[in-house]
Design a protein around this ligand. Sequence first.
Ligand code: SF4
Length: 395
Amino acid sequence: MSAAEGFLYDRDMQASTPGVERASAFRTYDPRLEPIAAKVFAQERLSADDGLALYGSRDVLAVGWLANHVRERMHGDFTYFNVNRHINPTNVCVAACKLCAFGRKKGDPAGYTMTLEEAWQTAASGYSEAVTEFHIVGGLHPDLPLEFFLDLIYGLKERFPKVHIKAFTMVEIAFLARRAKLSVEETLLKLREAGVDSMPGGGAEIFAPRVRSIICDHKIDGEEWLQTARTAHILGFKTNATMLYGHIENDADRVDHLLKLRALQDETGGFQAFIPLAFHPENTALDHLPATTGLTDIRQIAVGRLLLDNFPHIKAYWQMMTPKIAQIALRFGADDLDGTVIEEKIYHDAGAKTPQGMTRKELCRLITEAGRVPVERDTLYHAVTRTEDSFTVAV
Ligand code: SF4
């Protein structure tokens, strides 16, 4: 069975993929990594202490080697990407998170809110690449009711019935529910009826209350984020999960975050991909902090792959990491590069110097030159096969 024949995550298929680096080839000068390597080769679960050792090790190449071993055991050389379009309907937000360069207070001249017509037009621009996914996130607008977002989604589905709609972070869903005086479950059911197919993973940041109270104190807390994701998973939605790193958190906070995600995944199985996101300080209230370095970015990918043994995919989000670091991450545990994006606002407001979008051809070149095999997927990791003017999804 090849990736193009169906669902792209199949442990049995991937376990037999040739080319997995052999355990006997593992070398490290850090003795703390030896027992961790033994667990990895035996496919045993790593502990919180193991996570701290992985973060603390100076032998980052050995950490990456182990993560790559797991990545190849699960996916061989397959590396996934999709053709998607980001839509950010508004940057007006009540939360004022210190980590954010995107949100604007109501009345701020730099604030914007699309009309429904503008949002649908934004969706249509860039559609020539046969987009398979709309990725929709935005600010917590004080005046836009749930009905606005339901109309937005109804209108998108009417105009683009084949496009998967991945919309609204757990933070947005909890906010919309509160505003509409509905439960999270009721809100999710309404969103599903309108056409929302799955959810992205944003807003998780770092769950540790000490950190969260400083970087995003107006947002839902970590427990509520997890509970909202739990409810979505119980209703059958697939979601992703992120972790924002490189600000004031420490290694213990990162490990705690990852293990909380792992515990929820054990319970629901609803997460598809883990996406570590580097903090970009420019234009935020924390702009005195330095930006992350390449090795820190690479290590997040590797530790994520090793601790999150029940997550099918680890995504190197090229918009945030830069295409060059994301490409290297494909050898450090990542198996997904996200998508073409077309127009990214959130990281670019925070000073990201990456292009705002990439073509399918450019993404394939990045993957191929990393010695991997590009596989275009849809949002739910079904292979997409294209002809000149149409595409089909293997289900
Ligand atoms: S991170 Fe999200 S919730 Fe916080 S201010 Fe920015 S847009 Fe608003």
